[in-house]
Design a protein around this ligand. Sequence first.
Ligand SMILES: Cc1cc2nc3c(=O)[nH]c(=O)nc-3n(C[C@H](O)[C@H](O)[C@H](O)COP(=O)(O)OP(=O)(O)OC[C@H]3O[C@@H](n4cnc5c(N)ncnc54)[C@H](O)[C@@H]3O)c2cc1C
Length: 633
Amino acid sequence: MNPANKRKLEIIVVGTGLAGASAAASLAELGYKVKAFCFQDSPRRAHSIAAQGGINAAKNYQNDGDSIYRLFYDTIKGGDYRAREGNVHRLAEVSVNIIDQCVAQGVPFAREYGGLLSNRSFGGTQVQRTFYAAGQTGQQLLIGAYQALERQVALGNIKMYSRHEMLDIVKIDGKCRGIIVRDLVSGLLERHSAHAVLLCTGGYGTVFYLSTNAMGCNATAIWKAHKKGAYFGNPCFTQIHPTCIPVVGAHQSKLTLMSESLRNDGRIWVPKEKGDTRRANEIPDEERDYFLERRYPAFGNLVPRDVASRAAKERCDAGYGVGTSKHAVYLDYEDAIKRFGLTEAGKHGMGNANEDTIVKFGKQVIKEKYGNLFDMYEKITGENPYETPMRIYPAVHYTMGGLWVDYELMSTIKGLYVLGEANFSDHGANRLGASALMQGLADGYFVIPYTIGSYLADEILNPLVPTNHEAFDDAEKKVSSRIDQLMNIKGSEPVSNFHRRLGKIMWHKCGMARNAQGLQEAIKELRELKDEFWRDVRIPGDRNEMNPELDKAQRLADLLELGELMCIDALDRNESAGGHFREEYQTPDGEALRRDDEFMYVAAWEYVSDHQWQLHKEELKYEEVKPTQRSYK
Ligand SMILES: Cc1cc2nc3c(=O)[nH]c(=O)nc-3n(C[C@H](O)[C@H](O)[C@H](O)COP(=O)(O)OP(=O)(O)OC[C@H]3O[C@@H](n4cnc5c(N)ncnc54)[C@H](O)[C@@H]3O)c2cc1C
């Protein structure tokens, strides 16, 4: 499409995390008129900022045999053969461009002494392809994308709406033509029209209440689109991250991730003796069970997240867990400190340095590589991880499921695109570490700028639909009456209580391990909880003012429904694959047992009515990679 035509077309981008900010900036750069929305007070506060460990790219800077094919292959295998080959190959191809783009923006990736970009390893790979900026990669990448976005804001090509929450899409003749948003400061509803709408609204891990996600993360945008006709892909595929600070009590409202990068050098273990009450430092090496190294000698501590999480759960369930809860395992840096210390002593010409000197040097190296993560752990737990091993346990972290999209990232509603964690694409049943940032930025910088043109080329002659069109009236009326309904309940139980109860059901019955009976119970319990919520939730204040409790209630109402669909999907998928572990389907040594003959498909759910969904199956065809039983041994 020629640039003069692009200027006639308007695009709404909901979400300004890595996916949204990169998309908005790139589209505006091409000449489209863009409106961008986020519910935080600044685009820079998107949850992407929390990403710690890094971003993958097949640059092969380490000369360790990496290639586009290898990244593609690792991602397909890591996702347990439940991702679309074409999408994943494209992702691997553009991964290299992302790094160049970000370096050009000034993102301060870690560098080697000679100035080349540095890499480390993440799970599920045997090469070093993860680019990083200390333990704050997401923050640095987001600053890069944000400055590109702000440049376009300054040029007048993007109009930014912070503190605005999208509460519905507007659909006319099968096409998405705009959105209804609520100004979270005034509480007033607004209508915005566009030729196309992009949802870049992140994941829905907060359906479990406790997760490593920011508390504000929610599913409202994609859920509203789902209820208007966008299919939901693989809703039950959830990632549980193995290295999080364990739950300590009911007062917690979120959990903290300890980056996967820590598994590069840390070793995970539990005592060999059941119920051992000795402190970690008192347990000699030969009495420790480095269970990942024992079970998976080839990948060791760097097995993918689903495998590492289940192995930790298995040890804790068998009675070998540590800490007061006994639901924790150790992540230990003692060996790494000594290893790095020896090298450093050598560099200083101190071949016969004593143990204290070696440890001192080693700690300095660890501080340089992981200092901010170690500080964070100490602040939260009060324990010094340089001296005693960290205690970690798996926690909900990422949702592979999301709105179904085609190769061009368009949902089943024409003109409605979905990018980043909000879509289902690319990661199959398990996402490899450092691949979410890669996917979000691939979608925003490199995919959507190309694909959106095929749809918009037919829109050149179509003027923007005026916001007084009856479809806008109707959508706004529905949003408004739902707010009234919520405000009029005037019940007795705060929103967060319901959220906590939702999380408990989801974690225990649709979490790290699932079975048919538990899922059936969960569906029933979720329906009851939803009824109770609509009878008894208490929302103080008014609707036409800043009212965070109302914001939370609206989001929770959607999560309650999404939770039910996740359980239905998990019940329907009678196999184990990646993060979806059905206890009934496992190999004799406890690994996920896929059933390719029946389940080699993407489950795309269509909303029919309350509690009713229709399943559509997108068959997965593997032409390049031969699906096998995943092995990291
Ligand atoms: C603690 C942590 C560490 C991580 N570390 C890594 C890592 O090292 N490497 C890696 O690859 N991945 C990592 N991830 C995953 C990765 O950070 C996310 O998957 C990714 O950042 C998601 O980006 P996004 O742009 O899709 O969504 P987000 O960054 O979540 O942005 C969502 C945007 O949508 C907006 N929004 C949402 N709903 C609405 C609505 N209804 N109306 C208006 N606006 C809305 C929000 O305001 C926000 O701007 C990590 C995740 C966590 C939790």
